[in-house]
Ligand binder design. Structure first.
Ligand code: GH3
Ligand code: MG
Ligand code: MG
Ligand code: MG
Length: 313
């Protein structure tokens, strides 16, 4: 099964759910321009193309606008009273949360040297006013799309393609809220590879990485499409199983545990076996997400104490 590529489309679907961005969700653009009339014109143009935007006329409001609106892209005027476009762009880039959001100047500045100067200070691109509606829509769509693809890629772990720690935590919160709303049960599973240090020590770090990828692929293949699988830490994984009882979750993980333990791992000329320990907890028993994760972690620790290669609830 390890020959199978990472199932990226299904992961992306999970992440879109996670950040509440279904495929059809409109792109969001923050427009910063001191000329309200013009900004409103841009907003309506974008709206006509299904793109949502919010207008900010005072540069000092931009950080709040970013936080509240969470745009895919920012359009920035160059000449504004109090704060120039490039100054504002630098201010936005100062905050780690907005390191990768596209900052696009939309300005009447037609002097290419001044345009270049602005871009040299901060910002990613330049659009010149007046701009045809169709050109604005095309430019915004292309960059917003790219920006979203990048966010999705960054939420994914490079080694395994699984969801990273912060994103999986948010997923747990979402599933917990859903469970509370609908009364359905969801389970969280914490999985930790047994004696992983000795695998690294015996066969090398590369083989350790290979074992991590092996288990990641097995989890993804054996769990349902609605389940979420994340890499929680080095050799630790978290699975979130919506609409699943504690007993069913335990059984599903037990089957995976047995398969994994029987799998022959290959290193140089040897083959060897690896096992994991797992702990399961239910949304019906634990709130909030933090407590649910801790309960699954405690159950996993019990499994370790009990001799490893087992699942506890
Ligand atoms: P236990 O059965 O109690 O879980 O023992 P363990 O050896 O698996 O547990 P421990 O947490 O002590 O060791 C985990 C090791 O995993 C430590 C670290 O060097 C290694 N590790 C963490 N991340 C990676 C990784 O990405 N690749 C590799 N190859 N090793 C990693
Ligand atoms: Mg202006
Ligand atoms: Mg560990
Ligand atoms: Mg371990």
């Amino acid at each position: 099964f390890f020959a199978h590529p990472v199932d990226v489309p299904s992961l992306e679907r999970h992440l879109r759910q996670l950040v509440n961005l279904p495929q059809q969700d409109p792109y969001r653009v923050l427009i910063v321009d001191d000329d309200l009339e013009l900004a409103e014109h841009f907003r309506l143009t974008l709206k006509g193309a299904g793109i949502e935007s919010r207008v900010i006329t005072a540069p000092r409001d931009v950080l709040r606008g970013l936080r509240d609106f969470v745009p895919d892209l920012v359009l920035i005027d160059i000449n504004m009273p109090g704060c120039s476009g490039p100054e504002l762009a630098r201010l936005i880039r100062f905050d780690d949360d907005w390191l990768r959001i596209p900052l696009v100047y939309l300005s009447a500045e037609s002097d290419v040297h001044r345009q270049a100067q602005a871009l040299a200070q901060a910002g990613d691109d330049f659009l010149v006013k007046p701009i045809a509606d169709v050109a604005l829509v095309a430019a915004v769509t292309a960059r917003a799309q790219r920006s979203r693809q990048l966010s999705l890629a960054l939420a994914r772990d490079g080694l395994t393609g699984l969801i990273k720690h912060p994103a999986i935590k948010e997923l747990i919160e979402i599933e917990q809220a859903r469970s509370e709303r609908t009364g359905s049960e969801a389970c969280v599973v914490m999985i930790d590879i047994d004696r992983f240090k000795s695998i690294n020590d015996t066969y090398g770090h590369g083989t350790g990485d290979y074992v991590i990828r092996l288990l990641a692929n097995l989890l993804r293949q054996r769990l349902r499409r609605v389940d979420h699988v994340g890499r929680y830490g080095g050799e630790e994984f978290v699975a979130v199983l919506p609409s699943c009882s504690l007993e069913h979750a335990r059984e599903a993980i037990e089957r995976i545990r047995v398969s994994f333990s029987q799998l022959e791992c290959v290193a140089a000329r040897e083959t060897f076996n690896v096992t994991f320990s797992a702990g399961v907890a239910s949304t019906l028993d634990w709130q909030p997400a933090e407590a649910l994760l801790e309960a699954a972690d405690r159950a996993m620790y019990d499994a370790k104490q009990g001799g490893r290669n087992q699942t506890r609830v």
